[in-house]
Design a protein around this ligand. Structure first.
Ligand SMILES: [Fe+2]
Length: 241
């Protein structure tokens, strides 16, 4: 089975559309979104509708949590809170209700899917977790692979009895060994922070045991224009480049 994992779209419909076109060519059996569909970007409602109209399963991200739970908003910096306020105005009641249904994690065919960190944290960042804790948690997980988002950066971490190993994570295909567990950050579709400006997503093929990291070009200028014209913080547009 070939599974495509997308995450952190952040209201960037231009990027999502290009990624969905790429996925349509890639013979995918299962597609899942790891949350943060909204926040920062100019078309949150259109992104939610694009996901829902295709019945793409989605889990809860911390930006959706920020809309649902006012007490969580204090953890966002002021420009991000501004973005969330504007985002809320652009969302329909149906989309806000939809966020209430999103689960904090999902399990499918020996893989776990969570926004922040396993087993079920929506808010923990990978860089906050010590190596020994990563090893302990991954070893305890019933599933072989855990996919995360949240940092907007690509990561491929192999876990075995002797310790954890940070593998290079960039464009291309890598083979995953059967005797190891893996923690994989799929990067961000709509606001990458890995040093390159393409939209990112990954394809997991559990028969070939390969992980493919895909880089997808999209019209950044158009997204940036929409961000500025709606009055979102300029940094939201600048950081796309
Ligand atoms: Fe995010």
């Amino acid at each position: 089975m070939r599974t495509a994992v997308i995450s952190d779209i952040h209201g960037n419909l231009e990027a999502l559309n290009q990624v969905l076109e790429d996925i349509a060519q890639a013979q995918i059996d299962f597609l899942i979104c790891l949350g943060d569909c909204i926040g920062y970007g100019p078309e949150p409602e259109e992104v939610v509708q694009a996901l829902r109209s295709r019945a793409i399963p989605c889990i809860l991200g911390n930006h959706e949590l920020g809309l649902l739970d006012p007490s969580y908003r204090k953890w966002f910096n002021p420009p991000t809170r501004t973005s969330l306020r504007l985002t809320r105005k652009l969302l329909s009641a149906a989309s806000l209700n939809y966020f209430k249904e999103l689960p904090p994690f999902a399990v499918h065919r020996n893989c776990r899917y969570v926004h922040g960190f396993p087993p079920d944290s929506v808010t923990t960042y990978l860089y906050e977790v010590p190596e020994a804790e990563i090893q302990r948690l991954l070893t305890a997980l019933p599933e072989r692979i855990c996919f995360i988002g949240h940092t907007h950066d690509l990561h491929l971490i192999a876990v075995q009895a002797g310790g954890i190993e940070y593998r290079p994570a960039s464009r291309g295909i890598v083979f995953l060994e059967a005797d190891k567990k893996y923690l994989i950050n799929s990067g961000s579709v709509g606001q990458p922070r890995d040093g390159t400006n393409h939209a990112k997503y990954v394809i997991w093929d559990d028969e070939a045991s390969t992980l493919e990291i895909r880089f997808v070009a999209y019209d950044i200028a158009r997204t940036a224009e929409k961000i500025l014209s709606l009055g979102f913080p300029a940094y939201n547009a600048e950081r796309l480049w």
